[in-house]
Design a protein around this ligand. Structure first.
Ligand code: TEU
Ligand code: CA
Length: 580
């Protein structure tokens, strides 16, 4: 009942523009740089490019703080460069989608400059302003106790008008007031500006945060001793969010043949995300859930300490994937399938094994895990090369992300308080080496020339040392490389309706070493077996013992040859990190 769609079958490639290709030697990637790599992307099998924000921005949060929604930041190029890039993309039969960041703007946006100028300004109500609270001693306090995602209070006091404004992220990222219909109209106009220019859709930044709990009440104390409390449950999936997105759909999205994907953090319950996606609601095509990407992350309430590490189990990992793969399929729920983006460390360093011995095999295994799932596929730049985290030996100064720096300063301050001894922060650097967003943001590794062929100048972030051997040029045309493996998988998937639309059945429940699953569409089926360990393992798929294994055809695997299968028992002998 829920038919085929180009965006369901698409392979989306996410570009982090600052770190992709620098065309003019200023050390920052740009639009002309992206335009120079379109053949590489086409060859990989990409259908849609998603650009992280390239709008005018002070880059307080690397462009997720926009000061002009209708212009390109000069560091990335001009509107003409964008038109030219789009032309190149369309000429190759690909599409281009933009990041839509409208939960908040930059504090440098004209809208906010006006809004903060006086309480009587017509744009005052485009943002969320509240008077201070005073205690019995007359001390000023923020209107509630919510903790900002990037530390501190979500409230910033503004001297000019003696009120606080709300910012869920940085103080330089004030939240827009979606309850104001004028603001919504301004957003619809801006979206049409890009769609009329030829843009093929949007990835919508934290789109489930645009409606906050009525009255902005205090969050319950779930982090005792902390000045501000995690409040995800009060600012995610708020009371009017579906009304606003339905309005967006009716007034803008439905008028174009485009794709939309919402980013929806602070939510792990599929039933809270289903309304955004189910076709009958007329909202978005799909959303990025965060459950899988948080599997190794400690949680407080609905919030996570992204920069801390918690050991994870394969059984947990499999349960999450299986649940989402199966969720409301018969009602048209559609997944956005990803293992990496610009907010997370490299997948081979988190879910694989990035040692010299296992990196290649485990990166290929993760490629199989992803591509053999249902859902629109999202590949993050460098994932197709098996890029890994930068080394633990790099110091704090190599971490440029404001989220990393703020977290460091917060912990440092806490540890210094009440102690006159030297503070030890080595454990925090251990966590950063595993979890920081910075790992995904170092320059793309194109070739073995200085700075990995990313720039002729000084790169804005340090290049990972392994680029001399681990780069695109070395992998292109090498049949054993991760890149060529991705190409094979993407080609295999493209015209294969079973892999795109088939059902998903876990046949390895309980195993902490192997993920085995079956994809099935009518009488066509695939069996996928992935060994998430270094050990050789005999895996007997559950419920599959009676299957006629003699009809088994090997399709693809990450070793040079295929493993042996015992036709009688159905047992498969898998080598370390083997994927078939
Ligand atoms: O991220 C949303 C978000 O809350 C997390 O993914 C974030 O990376 C993490 O929790 C921080 O610890 C989006 C963007 O993808 C991210 O780059 C922006 O910083 C953020 O919104 C604000 O716009
Ligand atoms: Ca540049």
């Amino acid at each position: 009942p829920f038919g085929r769609a180009w965006w369901k079958e698409a392979i989306v490639y996410q570009i982090y523009p600052a770190s992709f290709v620098d065309s003019n030697g200023d050390g920052i990637g740009d639009l002309n740089g992206i335009a120079s790599k379109l053949d590489y992307l086409k060859d990989l099998g990409v259908d849609v490019l998603w650009l992280s924000p390239i709008y005018k921005s002070p880059l307080a949060d690397m462009g997720y703080d926009i000061s002009d929604y209708r212009d390109i930041d000069p560091r990335y190029g001009t509107l003409e460069d964008w038109d030219n890039l789009l032309k190149g993309v369309h000429e190759r039969g690909m599409k281009l989608i933009m990041d839509l960041v409208v939960n908040h703007s930059s504090d440098q946006h004209d809208w906010f400059q006006e809004s903060r100028s006086s309480k009587a300004n017509p744009k005052r109500n485009w943002y969320i302003w509240r008077p201070p609270k005073y205690d019995s001693e007359g001390n000023r306090h923020p209107p509630n106790n919510w903790k900002a995602v990037f530390q501190g209070s979500v409230w910033e006091f503004d001297e000019a008008t003696q009120e606080y404004y709300l910012h869920l992220y940085l103080p330089q990222q004030p939240d827009l007031n979606w309850n104001n219909p004028e603001l919504r109209d301004a957003v619809w106009d801006m979206m049409k500006f890009w769609l009329d220019r030829g843009c093929d859709g949007f990835r919508m930044d934290v789109i489930n945060l645009i409606s906050k709990a009525e009255g902005l009440p205090d969050a319950p104390i779930i982090a005792p001793g902390e000045p501000y409390q995690p409040a995800g449950a009060l600012f995610a999936n708020g009371p009017h969010v579906h009304k606003y997105i339905q309005e967006m759909n009716a007034k803008v999205l439905s008028k174009y043949d485009i794709m939309t994907v919402g980013e929806t953090p602070f939510t792990h319950d599929p039933s809270l995300l289903a309304p955004y996606v189910l076709p009958r609601n007329k909202e978005l095509d799909m959303v990025f859930h965060f459950e899988i990407i948080r599997v190794d992350t400690p949680r407080i309430g609905n919030d996570h300490i992204q920069l801390a590490f918690k050991p994870w189990k394969l059984t947990e990992f499999k349960e999450i994937i299986t649940r989402w793969q199966q969720y409301k399929r018969d009602e048209g729920f559609w997944n956005a399938t990803y293992l990496e983006n610009h907010d997370h460390a490299r997948s081979v360093s988190r879910f694989g094994n990035d040692s010299d011995q296992w990196r290649m095999l485990s990166a290929k295994l993760l490629a199989m895990l992803q591509v053999m799932q249902s859902g629109t596929q999202y590949v993050y730049q460098g994932q197709e090369l098996g890029l890994k985290n930068f080394p633990r030996s790099w110091g704090l100064e190599e971490y440029k992300d404001v989220a990393t720096q703020n977290y460091w300063n917060k912990i440092l301050k806490q540890r210094k308080a009440g102690s006159d001894k030297e503070v030890d922060m080595e454990d925090i650097l251990d966590d950063f080496a595993k979890k920081a967003r910075d790992h995904a943001r170092v320059p793309m590794q194109w070739d073995s020339s200085p700075n990995a062929g990313f720039t002729a100048g000084t790169p804005w972030m340090r290049v990972n040392e392994d680029y001399r051997t681990w780069n695109a040029e070395n992998q292109i045309g090498d049949g054993a490389s991760i890149l060529e493996f991705w190409k094979r998988l993407l080609k295999l998937r493209k015209s294969n309706l079973t892999l795109i639309y088939g059902t998903f059945e876990d046949v390895s429940e309980g195993s902490e070493k192997v993920f085995g699953y079956i994809r099935r569409l009518r009488d066509s089926w695939y069996f996928i077996a992935l060994n998430f360990s270094e050990e050789e393992i005999t895996f007997v798929p559950r419920g599959e013992q009676t299957r006629a294994w003699d009809s088994l055809n090997y399709v693809v695997g990450n070793y040079e040859d295929f493993p042996s299968v015992d036709v009688n028992s159905g047992a498969v002998r898998l080598r370390g990190w083997e994927a078939i």
